[in-house]
Design a protein around this ligand. Structure first.
Ligand code: GLA
Length: 383
């Protein structure tokens, strides 16, 4: 994303002066999907696509915000009753409110922002936006909030202002990202570890089905509710089980008669997925990419058949990967659309991308988008 582009729009839109520019990225996740709100592990990394925003304190108590991509301008105050209607502006408003709730003293500012992380494609464009503003406002107003709390401010914005009861993965990756490293996060203890990721002979590539997942928030919240139902049932026998991460298949089978068949399937997927993250980390340390890839296919199968967050187009892209002999492939992020993430041997890359394009076009009348993954740094000040 070009700083000069954002700056030129900021200057044009406001009083001609410049402010400070901040950026925060979207993310990929190698494995560990829908495990974060179950207290399990995730394994994300920040990418080279994200949001860039220029901000300048304006001496009033109003925020004047311009979305360069949407060519939309909104003005709002900082009190709870000032919530803007435009959904993009609610992310900024939510971040302001969550900072204020934590004792941060902020005031009005002018801002313009743009992004190159595709919206609704499972790469966390919304977390990139939240992290950009959380990081920027904390820095500009000297709020003294630590990086974990910045991530939590983004998550709380989703919960309280955008209607998505998400976990912490996306905002964490956007704030803590580090070039050439994936991060294994234990979402219960919040301990994390950077893993160098530079697989020799392989590439990570995203295939975007171009199916938007915007309407998925209620389905996402339903999945979370299912997990909580199962925990409540297991807890009666095993009081120490706080999250599905603490449960195993034997415990799940004990409560099978007390929960719905659907909730059982959801929990079965999560219990398997928590373990797969650990297996993938071990395999990576051994340089065993075949196992990494195999686990990715297992995740796809679980997300498609048990957790039911895939869609026809994503299953189709996953099948093509399998047919081409791609090492690993799966739907990435919350699901219901967006991308598959693929671990591909260098020598297979061209043939795979070509076949995916031809076959997808033949079946769905449009091309998938292709994004090579470059693991990059997290939230930062650019100038
Ligand atoms: C979305 C949420 C995350 C996580 C993923 C699924 O991206 O924002 O918290 O639950 O889905 O792994």
């Amino acid at each position: 994303m070009d700083i000069e582009f954002v700056r030129s729009r900021f200057i044009k839109h406001f009083d001609g002066s410049t402010g400070s520019v901040y950026a925060s990225p979207g993310r990929i996740n190698l494995i560990g999907e829908h495990t974060d709100y179950n207290g399990g592990f995730v394994f994300p990394g920040a990418i080279d696509k994200g949001m860039v925003a220029e901000l300048k304190i304006n001496g009033t108590n109003k925020v004047r915000a311009y979305s360069i991509d949407l060519k939309d301008y909104v003005e709002f105050g900082l009190n709870e009753e000032d919530a803007p209607r435009a959904s993009w502006a609610r992310y900024i408003f939510g971040v302001c409110r969550e900072i204020i709730k934590r004792g941060g003293k902020i005031a009005g500012f002018n801002t313009a922002f743009a992004g190159d992380v595709p919206l609704g494609a499972g790469m966390s464009s919304s977390a990139a936006l939240e992290s950009t503003y959380a990081f920027a406002l904390n820095d500009m107003f000297n709020c003294g909030i630590d990086k974990f709390e910045l991530a939590k401010i983004g998550q709380a914005t989703e919960h309280n202002y955008c209607g998505v009861n998400c976990g912490i993965m996306d905002q964490f990756a956007s704030v803590f990202g580090k070039a050439e490293h994936l991060i294994r996060l234990d979402c219960r203890s919040l301990e994390y570890q950077y893993f160098p990721f530079n697989p020799q002979g392989y590439r990570l590539v995203l295939l975007d089905s171009v199916v938007k997942h915007e309407l998925a928030s209620s389905a996402y919240n339903d999945r979370r509710k299912s997990c909580e139902n199962v925990v409540a049932a297991i807890q009666k026998r095993h009081p120490h089980v706080e999250f599905l991460r603490d449960a195993n298949m034997a415990m799940l089978d004990e409560v099978k008669a007390e929960i719905s068949a659907e909730d059982y399937m959801r929990a079965e997927y999560v219990i398997g997925e928590v373990q797969r993250v650990l297996d993938v980390c071990d395999a990576l340390e051994r340089g065993d990419y075949e196992t990494v890839g195999q686990k990715m296919y297992e995740t796809h199968h679980g997300m498609s058949k048990l957790y039911e967050v895939s869609c026809e187009e994503l299953d189709f892209l996953n099948d093509i990967a399998k047919e081409c002999g791609v090492t690993g492939s799966r739907v990435m992020g919350g699901g219901f659309g967006g991308c598959t993430i693929n671990l591909v041997k260098d020598e297979l890359y061209d043939a795979f991308i070509e076949k995916a394009k031809v076959e997808y076009k033949k079946k769905y009348g449009r091309l998938p988008k292709v994004y090579d993954v470059v693991i990059s740094d997290g939230a930062r000040k650019l100038c």
